[in-house]
Design a protein around this ligand. Sequence first.
Ligand code: ES4
Ligand code: ZN
Length: 324
Amino acid sequence: MEAFIKGIPKAELHLHIEGTFEPKLMFEIAKRNGISIPFDSVEEIEKAYQFDCLQDFLDIYYQGARVLLTEQDFYDLTYSYLEKCAEQNVRHTEIMFDPQTHTERNVEFKTVISGILKACSDAEKRLGITSLLIMSFLRHLTEKEAFITLEESLPFKKHIKAVGLDSSEKGNPPSKFKHVFEASVKEGYIPLAHAGEEGDADYVWEALDILKIKRIDHGNKAMQDEKLVEEIIRRNIALTVCPLSNKALQVVPDLQNHPLKKMMNKGLKVTVNSDDPAYFGGQVNQNYLEIQKALHLSKQDIYELARNSFEYALLEEDTKRKYL
Ligand code: ES4
Ligand code: ZN
């Protein structure tokens, strides 16, 4: 089974580039930028990665991102993720980035996106991996601030496929971002959002009906509402599920109680992803492997999950066909 999971071509559709920041690279970049981090060793960092909830994690994740300053930093971060993709037979990836985490610290939008894009382009040439970018708005900030980010993104519009919505979900419903999503769609961005990770099913309804999203990041809590499940199926919208993330952030008590197989049985289109692999204990193949073991998934299930990852990618239909 391990060889089967490793060998099957996959796409990763839910991945925060800031969440791929491995402790070793963090130390290296902190040192060269002369920035101190509150840890003395890789072991100390790893020990700190124990989370009770999403907010617990986010506090540490934003701390880690503070050391990223230059285009080279964003290049190194992204390229090292793409090398891991190559090792895992991930052929295509849709990378989320949080510009506001950096522009808030006076790192320019251009610095962030230029480093990421250069790494993607080198990885396509050298490793044969295709990628596209999803610009995510931070939902704990205001809609006005999201509008500023949207404006800053416009010179790079042709390099950004979609907009997303991430960070602290509870208390920051999708409706808070109605206008900026409308404006983003007018600019040609595809609307996506995290919904139903910690927030209830009504947040998923809002993401569908108000933000008009084309894919749901997580969506676990959609399972609370039978009508919602039916509606997601009717709209042919996929869920980008992240098993190890859900376990680490206690969205599920353990993987044996993860709803992934129940989702598939209901007819929901599910994909498996790593979310923030440096923080949650595994890359995408590890997510496949652990959820396979916990839920006794068959090879046919794994095949379906991997196939969905291409089927529900944001690629043009003719490019998609090459993978299917
Ligand atoms: C995130 Cl797991 C998760 N949820 C919401 N926002 C995020 N940003 C990075 N990882
Ligand atoms: Zn996420």
